[in-house]
Design a binder for this molecule. Structure first.
Ligand code: SAM
Length: 258
């Protein structure tokens, strides 16, 4: 009997761009608010609520939030946080969940979806304008830095506006390669998707430390990106394993009082 051919779905379109405006506009689609994607996020919120094990990012965020919220209320800015899904992953491990306010910032489109789909919580708020957010002590970006048009400009704006105690970046495709941009293919699409940066790790870390932060933790996640369509120099590491990375930065001179 003939073996059924396995359809391998590519993650990227394999094209390298140097800036957002180079990506043909007809190839860009609203990847994050499609019905199937939102359905997946909503069911993940439920799964996060029920499961007992922690993934590495949740464990690290738990520790950081618990340390920072021991003596005073903590405002988290979950930048590109969708419908607030990460809060569901972390909240049950917090020593004082009531001491934490979770502010999600995302696109107008996503915030409108969150208004309909997110579970209501007393400490969960949604914003599509940064200037509407009062305070951010801990800034968290999971898999969202890379989809911003100008990630460095945004990080600088966040730091100047909020002067956060800590910045937690994770799910970041960063490595030995030079910075480049490509297109992550959207669910069910063969050519269309969303622009995504693949960073040079050294330059990214150097940029954030240059904003007045110290790199306190750096880790490799158990998630990989499929860069198999790109020549070796575009891969994150020499072996082409391409694990995404996480970084925790603390504001220079900041002490955590326990
Ligand atoms: C890959 S998803 C990650 C969602 C969430 N952080 C998580 O880890 O589950 C990227 C998120 O970034 C948001 N996003 C895209 N462009 C953005 C922008 N310019 N400003 C804020 N958020 C943006 C998307 O709407 C989406 O929620």
């Amino acid at each position: 009997m003939a073996e059924a051919a396995k359809v391998v779905k590519k993650q990227f379109n394999g094209v390298v761009y140097s800036k957002f405006s180079d990506v043909p506009s007809e190839l860009i689609v609203s990847t994050f608010v499609g019905d199937k994607v939102i359905e997946g996020i909503v069911s993940k919120c439920q799964w996060y609520t029920e499961r007992l094990t922690q993934e590495e990012v949740t464990a690290k965020m738990t520790l950081l939030i618990n340390l920072l919220s021991r003596r005073e209320r903590l405002d988290v800015l979950d930048f590109g946080g969708g419908i607030g899904q990460f809060l569901f992953s972390v909240e049950k491990y917090l020593m004082s969940a009531n001491a934490v306010t979770w502010n999600v910032f995302d696109t107008e489109e996503m915030i409108a979806v969150a208004g309909k789909k997110a579970k209501t919580k007393d400490n969960l708020f949604f914003y599509s304008r940064l200037d509407a957010i009062q305070k951010a002590d801990l800034v968290f970006l999971r898999q969202s830095l890379q989809v911003l048009e100008d990630p460095r400009k945004t990080l600088k704006e966040i730091v100047e506006r909020f002067h956060p105690k800590a910045i937690f970046l994770c799910g970041v495709p960063a490595g030995l390669n030079e910075d480049y941009l490509s297109l992550v293919l959207a669910y069910g699409e063969e050519h269309k998707g969303c622009p995504c940066w693949i960073f040079n790790e050294k330059k990214l870390v150097h940029f954030v430390t240059g904003l007045g932060y110290v790199l306190a933790d750096q880790f490799m996640e158990n998630i990989t990106v499929d860069l198999s369509d790109f020549p070796a120099r575009y891969h994150l590491d020499r072996e082409g394993k391409n694990h995404v990375k996480g970084y925790v930065f603390l504001r220079e001179g900041m002490t955590i009082r326990i």
